[in-house]
Design a protein around this ligand. Sequence first.
Ligand code: BMA
Length: 856
Amino acid sequence: MKQEVLKQSINEKKQLVSDWTFKQVGNEEWLPAKVPGCVHTDLLRDKKIKDPFHGKNELDLQWIDKKDWEYETVFDASDELFSCSKLELVFHGLDTYAEVTLNGQMIVSANNMFRTWKIDVTSLLQQEKNHLHVYFRSPIEEDLNNLSRQGYNLPAVNDHSQDGGVGDKNLSVFARKAPYHYGWDWGPRFVTSGLWKEVELIGWTENRITDVYIHQKNISKEIAELNAILEVEAENAGEAVLTLSTDNLRVKENVYLKKGWNRIEVDAEIKEPKRWWPRGLGKQHLYTFTATLKKEGETVAEKSVRTGLRSIKLVREKDDKGKSFYFEVNGFPLFAKGANHIPNDSFVTEVTYERYKHEILSAVESNMNMLRIWGGGIYEYDAFYELCDEYGILVWQDFMFACSMYPGSESFLQSVKAEAEETVKKLRNYASIALWCGNNEIDTAWAEYDEQAGWGWKEQYSEEERKEIGKAYDDIFHHILPEAVERFAPGGEYWPSSPLADWTGDHNQHASFTTTSGDIHYWDVWHGLKPFEDYNTNVGRFMSEYGFQSFPEYKTVKTYAEEADMKLESEVMLHHQKNDRGNYLIKEYMEKYLPKPKDFPSFLYLSQILQAEGIKTAIEAHRRKKPYCMGTLYWQMNDCWPVASWASMDYYGRWKALHYYVKKSFKDLMLSIDGTQKNKVEIHLISDNQQSIEGNVHMKLVDFNGKLLEEAAYPVKVLANSEEKVISFSTKDWLRDFDTNEVVLVAEIQKDDRIIDRKQHYFVPLKELKLQQPIITITEAVEGKETTYLIETDKLAKQVWLSSEEEGIFSDNYFDLLPGEVKRISFLRKPTKEHGFSPGSPGKIEVKSMTDFINV
Ligand code: BMA
């Protein structure tokens, strides 16, 4: 008997609670439900509503969030589970205001989507026919009550309350629920309810290990000094032996467990650890640590966790300009390259592992090393962080607060505290987490310490209200959140808000477009209608946001619009543009920089070229200012539905022109041509690598027929982790009498016979180039198992666009091609569970270039 019990207690026994049905409260009919899921996706699956993303359907579905909904299931516990002496029900995510009963007894009253609810059900659970019922109260009705209690509206600039039919009432601020559910300037309003993560029944006997945290006290090349913090539950007090093991490590300790909850610390050291590095700098070695508890020689509990050993510091040191802001990883000053991530779907449970993998591998393919999980979405599912750990993408983790002020009631603060503590505990073993950040843009928007600064929010309130709102801000972002980080991930970096100049508690704290400390969100290009050239002069220490919109490709637009809607001013096109001035801004900038598109599909293509050219200007300007500037994260990586937005990859994961441009502008060793100064061209070499190299810069001036007009070569040495202007020359010397509308400068950095990077530079805006219709040919080249495509042209072909029948990416796209060049391209299918991007057939390939979209 004893033997049997012990065997059972080695691990927790787990069972998913399934077979759910749901209905609107008041209705008779129970419908099949999918958990994890939500009311919207269940209604859609049961064919009760139209596709939420098509046309303007969003507006017809706003009734859903005004209703209460019920979910229920009847389940049996397996013999194995039921024989455990302790039974627990775990709700990994309830969205959001929910009452749960088990066999008629209330067991949870939930009010925070981001929390996990664990309930001891040992005395309540029957072996058979357990009735589990969840009642979701309408988040809208619930928070209308909270708003009237508050007595005044709080700012929440992206809350689409009008679309939701609640006038100007900002209800999002009261719910600890993904802010973007209430609408955003790229997202629809779908205020969901449901079980958005799994429900598990867990059984254990005698002992279990519930948490293992590998606190990395000191990591160097020579040694990893670790402190494992374990949480152990025991039904009975007594002696036990605890072992912590991983490759080349085995630490054994005698411990005394008291009855109930125990916290145990174990110190450990690993000599010459295999350190974890971000992509580009080294391998992503991951260690699996196993904690084993033994009693009388028998294993009674065990738990494993995975982490990478590395040191990450946010270095903010005074210098002659202000204060630095960069991440030092394993002692190496890292230039952060990446983007801002938003949830991949309005309905987060629709995001499969493959979609996450596609996103993270797209980041890797485009030479990124950091993603910012922006504060208006969700703390991501484990898959996101696991992939970041595996592929070396650092995570800037915001807490989920964005562009709003929040209530300061005791119950709200309590809920935030619990959420923060649980979140930090859940995520702290991920090697990729580089920073915990309090919120998105609230410090700048409210600007507590500067009367003149801010977005005009504080001015709207009475003295007393202002104090109350300011205090809630201070409590959450300067106390509750940093205290949670310090307590549960000691030594972890915390930054109260993005952007922020410094954490000083006075007027020096707030960031502007020109601050010389901290991070910057630079939005004067786009929202402020400033020209792209301004990206060159507005560079801060770390550019954590800037962006420019484009439309998705025609194939994607067709998923939400009918033929008759295919014009910029159509209601559907306006509905799928959530930034009020968005389409106007795209048009304005397009007129300034690009030739006129000949029809609507051409407009879509040109909008992508426009976005790509703009963001390329920004990224390269930021990188040329290294090490003054040490990070560039553009807004935004992805979309949550098919829409016109700042994303570089659309809802279906299709790379826009921007994503291909980014891949080139984020190259670890990059050549950048700066033509911003009059009559001058400068060539910069930027290296993010750990090693120096020697090579040559080769430059040539050619006309659009490929004729060589001028040529030069220089030997260069590119130092590790460096930026250098290597060549500067007057355009007059090179251009002489050539027609500036018909020539292009091509510069390459070569090592031996290999081209490491290559860029083109034109001397007039794209709009003024004398383009002629090229004849582009594409030839299939099969070598063994590998198929590549050779692309050639008879005249300059601008922004050659290859599109494939099958979903996937090309090794390059939207590139310029000159006569005489042979461009070799390969096609990669989207990642699967087992494989990354991998060679496959693209189906039919179509090739077009700029002149196919304009009148020549
Ligand atoms: C920043 C972001 C988002 C927004 C984007 C575009 O402010 O933090 O809130 O979607 O700009 O306006």
